[in-house]
Ligand binder design. Structure first.
Ligand SMILES: [Zn+2]
Ligand SMILES: [Zn+2]
Length: 146
């Protein structure tokens, strides 16, 4: 709950009103362990509150992205997903089958960055990795069946 309050505070600090729609979007993204598409957010909000439309969700997502609270994820434009910008850093696992983005919560580069710092004297402050492949559901398409 505190996390939500913090996010709402951040929203208001950026001069945005905390509307029912915006708080619903933030709540859904905060609850979800994986990034969501606008449609998924819309469907989830509709379960608890029918006063929304996909267009409204899109419009509010755009506002939240501009405000820097939400980030778009994935390189595959056909299926843009959204997640909270404040979530701890993670890397994307992008499925080439269904185009869903999964999150790799453990950073495989943490030790490498430390190593580079010590070995090369170069301080790595940022890095990006995106991994492409097939999720469990699409797995059989990625590799030939045994
Ligand atoms: Zn898949
Ligand atoms: Zn990382």
């Amino acid at each position: 709950m505190d996390k939500l309050k913090m996010l709402y505070g951040e929203l208001q600090a950026r001069g945005l009103k905390l509307t029912k729609q915006r708080s619903a979007i933030i709540k859904m993204l905060n609850k979800s362990r994986v990034p969501l598409t606008a449609e998924e957010i819309f469907l989830r909000i509709r379960e608890t509150n029918d006063n929304t439309s996909l267009a409204t969700v899109y419009r509010n997502l755009k506002t939240l992205v501009t405000a820097g609270l939400v980030v778009k994820t994935g390189l595959l434009e056909e299926k843009v997903q959204y997640r909270l910008a404040s979530k701890p850093h993670s890397h994307d696992l992008i499925c080439l089958g269904c185009h869903k983005v999964f999150e790799l919560t453990q950073c495989p580069l943490e030790h490498l960055c430390e190593f580079i710092g010590q070995r090369e004297g170069f301080t790595v402050t940022e890095h990006r990795i995106e991994l492409y492949g097939y999720c469990q559901e699409c797995g059989s398409q990625g590799k030939k069946k045994k």
